[in-house]
Design a protein around this ligand. Structure first.
Ligand SMILES: NC(=O)c1ccc[n+]([C@@H]2O[C@H](COP(=O)([O-])OP(=O)(O)OC[C@H]3O[C@@H](n4cnc5c(N)ncnc54)[C@H](OP(=O)(O)O)[C@@H]3O)[C@@H](O)[C@H]2O)c1
Length: 293
């Protein structure tokens, strides 16, 4: 099996590296997706809340690569949680993407203050899976307590939990929970983009340990981080709108980090989250209307 493929817990195969499009403006999305597919990517991660699903679909169509060769992952936003709203959320996302079936549909966040709605949303994903509208289902930003609660109430174990994970924030306890349940860890901000958005003082891109390892392999720090994910069996979805970086982030299959290099990266964990605390996500603070298809 090619190294760029991971088998999910229901047997579906997913390319380990996908193109992320968070904060990619709609007008830049089609070109980024088209370029990524031209370079060999076969997986794109978008979300209803990114407001660029339509342009992702357009990029896939323009690439000329057949639908069955591209793995499309998208997310339902919290405003569309609850059983019926999430079923309709699928129609909105698939409609904008211009496809009948999604490869992976995940809940973007837990809603800890309205967990019943989260459960209703997940049950809708189970229904979509049973009906063949999606090939796999999962979650994002779930902490161990959210997974515990979910797993006692539902029948399908999520295939994926997409979480913030880069050398400065590694969530090892959560990764252990995933391994116990057969849930794939998918890293968002996999090259630490989020470390550069606010505090430009110390970013993963110019970390001395990563620079040293990168230099030894003739690679960039981004490539070293992606290699670290792959060698740990994780999926990663780096985002760029720049063709040279889109190419760089996929050129990661021709070198191998040593055990001591992997351990040196593991030792960079600061335990400090860059994104919002999952428990702070409420409809009042983060709700937004997701447009119809
Ligand atoms: N589930 C969630 O809650 C959640 C949250 C955040 C992100 N995500 C997903 O994860 C994807 C990736 O996360 P992210 O976008 O936050 O961070 P990221 O992929 O770790 O980093 C992206 C940032 O790094 C820059 N960059 C990309 N490649 C680079 C390279 N080779 N060298 C130097 N800089 C590089 C990009 O700028 P340029 O575009 O200018 O190159 C951008 O500013 C998102 O696009 C989205 O699909 C999910």
């Amino acid at each position: 099996m090619p190294e760029n493929t991971i088998t999910l817990n229901n047997g579906v195969e997913m390319p380990a590296i996908g193109l992320g499009v968070f904060q990619t403006p709609p007008e830049a999305t089609t070109a980024a997706v088209e370029e990524a597919l031209r370079l060999g990517y076969r997986h794109v991660d978008t979300a209803a809340a990114y407001l660029n699903e339509r342009e992702v679909g357009e990029g896939i169509r323009r690439s000329g690569i057949t639908r069955d060769k591209v793995f499309i992952e998208t997310k339902v936003w919290i405003s569309d949680y609850g059983y019926d709203a999430t079923l309709h959320g699928f129609d909105k996302g698939a409609g904008k993407l211009g496809v009948d079936q999604l490869d992976l549909l995940i809940l973007h966040q837990p809603l800890p203050s309205a967990f019943d709605r989260t459960l209703g949303a997940y049950r809708a994903l189970e229904k979509l899976l049973a009906d063949g509208k999606v090939r796999a289902i999962g979650v994002s930003n779930f902490m161990p307590e959210h997974l515990d609660r979910l797993l006692t109430e539902v029948s399908v174990v999520p295939a994926v939990n997409q979480i913030e994970l880069h050398p400065y924030f590694q969530q090892t306890a959560l990764q252990k929970v995933h391994a116990e349940h057969g849930i794939l860890t998918q890293a968002w901000s996999p090259i630490g983009g989020i470390t550069s958005y606010r505090d430009a003082e110390k970013t993963t891109f110019d970390d001395p340990t990563l620079l040293d390892i990168a230099q030894r392999h003739g690679k960039s720090t981004a490539q070293v981080m992606l290699r670290w994910h792959l060698q740990n069996g994780r999926s990663a979805i780096p985002k760029s709108t720049k063709p040279t970086r889109i190419a760089e982030n996929f050129d990661v299959f021709d070198f191998e980090l040593t055990r001591s290099q992997l351990a040196a990266i593991d030792a960079l964990d600061t335990g400090v989250r860059g994104g919002p605390e999952p428990d702070s996500i409420t409809l009042e603070a983060f709700g937004r209307d997701i447009p119809e298809a």
